[in-house]
Design a protein around this ligand. Structure first.
Ligand SMILES: [Zn+2]
Length: 473
């Protein structure tokens, strides 16, 4: 037996050595489009398009004002509780106190924006199980930076955090609920993004073609009431949603080995062979901010939890959620107390300003580039099934600021797009010698400024195979 095991170990050892060797020898091939034993597509090699560099003047990490972000979190915590069922009129305690602090901070920022940032309070009623089935008065705070392009100004890129908080019992309006991480942190990211981006707009350096909306909303803990309202409000105002970035629990990074990447959640979507617009937004953000900063998670949210991106996601719109790397549940949804030597409560002392500042920069830079980009293409289609060539077609309105379109592809097992080719105009491009069946395809618009729209994956026209009579599809 002993011998057998050691022989086995030796064999195992040598096979590991061989595979390490092989890996070393073939690893450059893994970086290529296809593994060596698959047919090359196309045979004659991929087109070599010159790619425009992304926009210059990225938001510098040092320009993020961590101190002001922390100060806003402290002010929100000082309201005692911000449960949506607490007082809207008491200036010192309750959710109305939270609203006042956010409005005051945004008004300061608006003053420095040369009148470009507009702050509004959207009042509405909403009902859920967690409002005891009765209409609850709620107020959302929005700061709006109007886009410069007459057409694109009706496209909205949103960053949002929720300013309500909760103790252990979601119906208890009396208990303390500091809500520093959940979600004063997300509110501070939204507000700091407003400062960073409106400052550039004031000096004429913004170049945002689409409209930016920086939201701080209530009602999340009572059932995403502010998120549903934000979607409804945007539609009522005639906006199209270009992208929605929800920041919820983004203030801490407590695990050993920090700093870690922020997590970015995106749902799969419901169309076969075609990821959701949220997934495409996540890919765009990762590409803008870098893999070293963003950890994409291909799941709509953490299990058992929800967020304000969800109503947008369910409506088929591009929406994602940022959340810290690994959460500490003793510091969320907990009435402050100490039990068995463990301190419970969502206190500001656990906020990590450096991590929070990174998240603010990642959000602001993503919003900046997305708002500079041309409109995403529409009607992206894939045809050419059962032929040697894939054909990708799409539509787009005229845009003198657009350089053209990038046709993207990826192996069906690959998480990220690569650029296959460039086309100057909308219409159809034939991918000679490329099968429709071995890759996914997408198109995105590229501005002369180098900003890219989110990708729009192609949909294939479905022709069901002949089936036995009476078979349900
Ligand atoms: Zn939350």
């Amino acid at each position: 037996m002993t011998n057998g095991i050691s022989t086995h170990r030796r064999l195992l050892g040598s096979s590991i050595a061989i595979s390490v060797c092989l890996w070393g020898a073939i690893s450059p091939a893994f970086a290529q489009r296809s593994a060596p034993r698959d047919p090359a597509e196309p045979q004659q090699g991929q087109p070599h398009s010159k790619l425009l560099p992304r926009p210059a003047a990225a938001i510098a990490r040092r320009s993020v004002d961590e101190k002001s972000m922390r100060a806003l979190i402290d002010q929100l915590v000082s309201c005692g509780t911000r449960l949506s069922l607490s007082s809207w009129t008491d200036a010192k305690r309750g959710i109305g106190c939270g609203r006042d602090r956010i409005v005051a901070r945004l008004n300061e920022i608006a003053k420095d924006s040369g009148g470009k940032l507009q702050v509004i309070v959207d009042k509405f009623d909403s009902t859920s199980e967690r409002t005891s089935g009765k209409p609850l008065h709620l107020e959302s705070v929005y700061a709006i930076l109007a886009g410069s392009d007459p057409k694109l100004a009706k496209t909205l890129f949103i960053v949002s955090g929720h300013y309500d908080s909760r103790p252990s019992d979601v119906m208890n309006a009396e208990a303390d609920a500091p809500g520093a991480d959940d979600d004063a942190s997300g509110v501070s990211v939204s507000v700091e993004s407003a400062r960073l981006l409106s400052k550039a707009a004031a000096t004429g350096k913004g170049g945002y073609r689409a409209t930016l909306l920086f939201a701080a909303i209530p009602g999340e803990e009572q059932g995403l009431l502010g998120g549903y309202r934000l979607l409804e409000w945007a539609k009522q105002q005639g906006y199209t949603i270009g992208g929605m970035l929800d920041d919820d629990i983004v203030g801490d990074d407590p695990s050993p080995g920090a700093p870690h990447r922020v997590r970015l959640f995106s749902g799969n979507g419901e169309i076969d062979d075609c990821d959701s617009p949220g997934r495409e937004l996540a890919r765009a953000i990762e590409e803008i901010d870098g893999r070293e900063n963003i950890r994409m998670i291909f799941r709509v949210d953490r299990y058992g939890r929800g967020g304000d991106h969800y109503p947008f996601y369910k409506a088929g719109l591009p929406a994602v959620r940022f959340t810290e790397p690994l959460e500490d549940y003793a510091h969320q949804h907990q009435t402050p107390r100490t039990e068995n030597g463990i301190e419970y409560g969502d206190f500001a002392k656990y906020v990590n300003p450096s991590f929070l500042g990174d998240v603010a920069r990642d959000n602001a830079e993503a919003l900046r580039q997305l708002a500079m980009a041309p409109a995403a293409p529409t009607n992206a289609r894939l045809t050419g099934a059962v032929t040697p060539d894939a054909k990708v077609s799409w539509s787009a309105e005229d845009d003198s600021e657009r350089a053209g379109f990038e046709i993207l592809w990826r192996e069906t097992t690959e998480p990220r797009w690569q650029v296959y080719d460039f086309a100057a105009s909308p219409g159809e491009t034939v991918l000679h010698g490329v099968s429709t069946d071995n890759h996914f395809f997408a198109v995105r618009a590229v501005g002369k400024n180098g900003a890219r729209s989110i990708a729009v994956p192609t949909e294939m026209e479905r022709r069901p195979p002949p089936l036995p009579a009476g078979t349900k599809q």
